[in-house]
Design a protein around this ligand. Structure first.
Ligand code: NAD
Ligand code: LMR
Length: 337
């Protein structure tokens, strides 16, 4: 069962790991709408000893000065501009990447491709050169294309390990848990809904049939719930009316995923998260499913599990968009210099 409340994660971390090696985590895009609250949450984790904040924004030393006054044990360092990325990722255990622009109303995540994929590739190239053994989580959109692009960059450097590259889809799980809890009058912290596929519209596939606790809905309610989960990012983009996309819930979800990677590196058993990874589970070469994460990355892919007929249809509907997103990202990565 996943840890659901960050405080619980932090407290458990303190009990279990306070005398073990602390880790270094690098947040690339750490001064942004996601990056700042994500760094705030990570600064509270006792299993993180060094927190490196990398960004191109001039405010970055200020963000770091601000964070560094918190009376938690980790040291926070500031790294501004591509020339300083090497220092940010040197000896790092985990790299988490929320760098790039967010959507405005009317845009798809794919509309961010031209700006964001080169940002991700610039970062991943340095990560591959300096920290090839780090576990890497990509938050930047479009995730469906950014992860295959990153894989190609790492392949060119001869350091690609598919077990160590993750697309962060945790927000889809967090949302599904919350929406199911609302509909069923459950505690959100007790609900776990696996979400598979990718991270855009129809590629987001909540597996309500595999939710714990076991829940069921009339078909019309299930269809509405599924659509709400698939379009939840757009719900936030529209509500923010041009001022960006989800940042706070993403920081929460991103902290959960980052701390899971850290716990796995420290040897905690049963660290399981859904993530968009290289995959042979379907015809799609990248696909999100629950994976067991260990010291060296993915140890086991749990696959699809038993799907309902409706969920099988959702998988079929997702595959063409995934194929096109993946090809676009991989082609960009292959041609990237
Ligand atoms: P933002 O604009 O508030 O912050 C982005 C940060 O990235 C800024 O600080 C900016 O200076 C920095 N940046 C830009 N170019 C950079 C570069 N070349 N190197 C390093 N840093 C750079 O945006 P945000 O709201 O934080 O969103 C960031 C990304 O996360 C967007 O692409 C958004 O679509 C995506 N996102 C993904 C999910 C998900 O579930 N995976 C959820 C929400 C948002
Ligand atoms: C989300 O799901 O909130 C993110 O992917 C941001 C977006 O553009 O919707």
């Amino acid at each position: 069962m996943f840890s659901k409340v960050l405080n619980t994660i932090v407290q458990q971390s303190t009990r279990q790991y306070s005398c073990k090696k602390g880790l270094k985590v690098t947040v690339c895009g750490g001064s942004g709408g996601i990056g700042q609250p994500l760094s705030l949450l990570l600064k509270q984790s006792p299993i993180i000893k060094d927190l490196a904040i990398y960004d191109i924004a001039p405010v970055t030393p200020g963000v770091v000065a601000d964070l560094s006054h918190m009376d938690t044990n980790s040291n926070v360092t500031s790294h501004v501009g591509l020339d300083n990325l090497k220092d940010a990722v040197a000896n790092t255990d985990v790299v988490i990447v929320p760098a790039g622009i967010p959507r405005k109303p009317g845009m798809t995540r794919d509309d961010l491709f031209n700006t964001n994929i080169s940002i991700v590739c610039d970062i991943i190239k340095v990560v591959g050169q300096v920290a090839p053994n780090a576990l890497v989580g990509i938050i930047s959109n479009p995730v469906n294309s950014a992860v295959p692009a990153a894989a190609e960059i790492l392949k060119k450097l001869n350091v690609y390990d598919p077990k160590k590259l993750f697309g962060v889809t945790t927000l889809d799980i967090v949302r599904s848990n919350r929406f199911v809890a609302e509909l069923k009058g459950l505690q959100a912290s007790e609900v776990n809904v696996p979400v598979i596929g990718g991270h855009s519209g129809v590629t987001i596939i909540p597996l309500i049939s595999q939710a714990t606790p076991n829940v069921s809905f009339e078909q019309d309610v299930l269809v509405k719930l599924t659509k709400r989960i698939q379009e939840a990012g757009t719900e936030v983009v529209q509500a923010k009316a041009g001022a960006g996309s989800a940042t706070l819930s993403m920081a929460y979800a991103g902290a959960r995923f980052t701390i899971s990677m850290c716990k796995a590196i420290l040897g905690e058993p049963n660290v399981i998260e859904c993530s968009y990874v290289e995959s042979t589970v379907t015809d799609s070469p990248f696909f999100s499913t629950p994976v067991l994460i260990g010291k060296n990355g993915i140890e086991k892919n749990f696959g699809l599990g038993k799907l309902s007929d409706y969920e099988n249809e959702l998988v079929k509907a997702a595959l063409p968009e995934l194929a096109s997103n993946i090809k676009k990202g991989a082609d960009f990565g292959k041609n990237y210099k």
